[in-house]
Each structure stands twice: as structure tokens, then as C-alpha cells.
Design a protein around this ligand. Structure first.
Ligand SMILES: Cc1cc2nc3c(=O)[nH]c(=O)nc-3n(C[C@H](O)[C@H](O)[C@H](O)COP(=O)(O)OP(=O)(O)OC[C@H]3O[C@@H](n4cnc5c(N)ncnc54)[C@H](O)[C@@H]3O)c2cc1C
Length: 370
């Protein structure tokens, strides 16, 4: 380990690894400090949907353009990361079928269906696409572009590609403090102290101590999510099925993810029988034949959540060279490329859309109240 780097990124989940990748790609000397192992916290629990459309929830003016730019970036990244790292991110086409079982469900899809990249498919077409879907389905919004990836592989690919491009990555290197040192900063880690000109805090839901250390009063809170992983020999599903925030995602590794619970303010990593029961119940509503599937494993993770559901991405108001990138809630895998690029561009003083700076700044709560 050197004693000085241009940029130190703290946190080796999908967000920190993407940031390290884009910085290294721009020939910036970057070191990433991860308290445990790369991608083994919330990132590991994600289903991996790149749901720019399906997660927009009617927010087509702010969330969608940012998310869509990130989703489109993956088209290129999947090959670029493979060439650099040899890691296949498991990019899987097929898209999402957002299903409607009632007229109210159908009405809720109205805004989504106004997007040119989304089309309505009726009952007959849905049954042709996925014959196993329950007979009472009315139809669905089909989003071919909402593909999926394998989160741990994607995170690993970002990290390894960043290393190939010159980044240093330190695992088991918890950062417990940041101090000012003249015009630079000292990062205090379990592996020793290093100096940095710029710092990026990308510690997901675990950011509160460092934020407090930096004098920031905003806090991240967890929304715990539990999922069931199913292993299969022959394909069970071609498309991701999605209804009322529940989903079944077929992956490129002979596994399916049935997810996920949404439990507010639960910091534990346990998985309850009640949650498993509710996931199985919802899966059977989507696809009655799922009752016969064989369970492979269970996962759990904490979605990092901010007061308004949007991430914090940008520089700290009082410290021009400290950046924050956390709070990506249900969409960190989707938003990783756009976040990495935005932080890189801010550090390089390149142009970043003003509406994204305003929407994601950490002091926006005060701005709104003025
Ligand atoms: C059940 C579930 C399903 C999901 N499905 C999807 C999906 O389909 N699509 C999607 O886009 N998103 C999904 N998400 C959301 C996504 O997982 C998160 O938004 C994303 O993983 C957040 O990434 P992160 O890098 O900010 O956090 P993390 O992955 O938690 O990474 C933060 C890292 O920082 C490290 N760290 C913390 N403190 C320190 C410190 N002091 N020093 C050094 N290191 C530190 C931690 O060890 C950790 O590795 C899902 C989440 C859950 C729980």
C-alpha cells in the first residue's frame, strides 16, 4: 500500500467498485478500501434487474432518464468488463413482464405504457410468452429492455477491471475515520493511514458513522429484503415476472430469484419463516407450478434508503473534495454505471446535468425547505 493516492473510494459494493472503475479508466490513481469482501453486503442480495422502466413508478422526469442512461451503458459494459477482467456479468435478455390481474393493476400500468419502449400484451400473448402464468392474468406491460445481470459477478467485474486499469483494492480494510491534513485528507483504516486528495464515501446503508464523522446529519436507513433462490436443470422461465413489487427473475446461471420482502428499519440479517412463506405464496400466484421448484438457498440484504428514496450522489457542501455515493435503495445495480460516471465527471470538473446534481445532493432536504 502506498501512503498517498489521488482518490480513495471507501466501500467495495457495486457502487464503490463502479466508481473505482470509471476513475481508473480515466487514468486517475485510485485506491478502494473495503471493510469486508468485495460485493458481499447488500450487493450480494440483489436480484440484478436493470429495471429502468419497471422501477420508475411514474417518475419519468428524474429517475427514468438517469436510470435509462445507466441501463443503456450496460449494453457496452458487459463486453468491456469481460474483455478486461474475464468475468461474465451474466447479462440476460428476455425483459420484464409487469403483470396485471385486476383492472386496477392495469390502470397502474398506464404511465409506464406511455413509454415507446413498453408495450401492452394481452392475456393470450402473455400465455404464449409464459405458458405457466396463472389463468386469471389480464395481460401485462412488456419491457424488453429491462434485462438482468448477476450482481456479485458484475461487482467483481468492475473491481477486477479497475485493477487491470491500475486501481488498488484493499479488502478487510475497514475505514474508521477521515481527517483533514492541509489541503488533503487522511483516511484511517484497519490497514493503516493513507493520504488522499479526493475521497468518495460509497458505504451503502453502513454510511452513518462516516457521515457523522464528516458532520453530516442525514442518515441512511435499511429496508431489509429476503429472497429465495431456486436451482433448476432446464429453463423454467424466459422472462422476469413482476407484480406489486414481487418478482421471479430467471438468471443466466441456472438459478431463479423469488423476491423480495420489504421490511423497514430492520438491521438484522436473519430470514424469517413468515417471510419465506409470503414469498412462496406470491410466487404461486404468479406461477402456480412454482410450488414444485426446489429451494437452493436464501439471501438477505439491507437496501440503503434516504429520506426521499433518491440516492445521495455528489460533493459534500462544506468539503469540495469529499464525495458521497450511497442510498441507492432498490436500484444500486441498475444505477451503478451512471453513479460511477457522475462521480468521475464531478471529480474531473466535467459537465454533469444540473438536474441530477440538484436531485441527488446530500443537502437537498434543506434546499427544499427554504
Ligand atoms: C433483496 C434485494 C433485492 C434487490 N434487487 C435489486 C435489483 O434487482 N436491481 C438493482 O438495481 N438493485 C437491487 N437491489 C438494491 C441493491 O442491492 C443496492 O442498491 C446496492 O447493492 C447498493 O450497493 P452499495 O455499493 O451502495 O452498498 P453495499 O453493497 O452494501 O456496499 C457497501 C460496502 O461498503 C463496505 N463498508 C461499509 N462501511 C465501510 C467502512 N467504514 N470502511 C470500508 N468499507 C465499508 C461494506 O462492507 C460493503 O461491502 C436489491 C436489494 C435487495 C436487498
Amino acid at each position: 500500500m502506498k501512503n498517498k493516492y489521488e482518490v480513495v473510494v471507501i466501500g467495495g459494493g457495486i457502487i464503490g467498485c463502479s466508481i473505482a472503475y470509471y476513475l481508473a479508466k480515466s487514468q486517475i490513481e485510485v485506491a478502494l478500501f473495503e471493510g469486508g469482501q468485495i460485493g458481499m453486503k447488500t450487493t450480494k442480495a440483489a436480484a440484478g434487474m436493470l429495471g429502468a422502466h419497471s422501477e420508475s413508478d411514474g417518475d419519468f422526469s428524474l429517475f427514468f432518464p438517469f436510470a435509462r442512461s445507466s441501463q443503456l451503458e450496460y449494453n457496452r459494459l458487459k463486453d468491456e468488463l469481460y474483455e478486461l477482467s474475464g468475468v461474465d456479468i451474466g447479462y440476460r435478455t428476455g425483459g420484464i413482464l409487469k403483470l396485471a390481474y385486476t383492472e386496477e393493476d392495469k390502470l397502474n400500468l398506464d404511465l409506464l405504457l406511455k413509454q415507446p419502449t413498453v408495450k401492452w400484451v394481452n392475456h393470450e400473448k402473455v400465455k404464449l410468452m409464459e405458458p405457466g402464468i396463472s389463468n386469471d392474468v389480464l395481460g401485462g406491460a412488456y419491457i424488453a429492455d429491462d434485462v438482468n445481470v448477476i450482481p456479485t459477478k458484475t461487482c467483481e467485474a468492475f473491481a477486477k477491471s479497475a485493477q487491470v486499469l491500475g486501481a488498488s483494492i484493499f479488502e478487510n480494510s475497514n475505514v474508521y475515520g477521515i481527517e483533514k491534513n492541509g489541503s488533503n485528507y487522511i483516511v484511517k483504516s484497519a490497514k493503516g493511514n493513507v493520504e488522499a486528495k479526493y475521497i468518495v464515501v460509497a458505504t451503502g446503508v453502513y454510511s452513518n458513522n462516516l457521515l457523522q464523522n464528516l458532520g453530516i446529519t442525514e442518515k441512511l436507513s435499511p429496508v431489509k429484503g429476503e429472497s429465495i433462490i431456486v436451482h433448476h436443470e432446464k429453463p423454467l422461465l424466459q422472462h422476469t415476472l413482476f407484480h406489486d413489487k414481487s418478482y421471479i427473475v430467471p438468471r443466466n446461471n441456472r438459478k431463479l430469484v423469488i423476491g423480495a420482502t420489504m421490511i423497514q428499519d430492520d438491521w438484522s440479517d436473519s430470514i424469517s419463516l413468515q417471510s419465506v412463506e409470503s414469498l412462496i405464496k406470491k410466487a404461486k400466484v404468479l406461477l402456480p407450478s412454482s410450488a414444485n421448484w426446489k429451494i437452493d438457498s436464501f439471501t438477505t440484504g439491507l437496501r440503503p434508503t434516504t429520506f426521499d428514496g433518491h440516492p445521495f450522489i455528489g460533493r459534500l457542501p462544506e468539503e469540495e473534495r469529499i464525495f458521497i455515493a450511497c442510498g441507492h435503495f432498490r436500484n444500486g445495480i441498475l444505477l451503478a454505471p451512471a453513479t460511477g460516471k457522475m462521480i468521475r465527471d464531478l471529480i474531473l470538473n466535467k459537465e454533469v446535468k444540473q438536474e441530477w446534481i440538484d436531485a441527488f445532493r446530500i443537502d437537498r432536504r434543506q434546499t427544499v425547505m427554504v
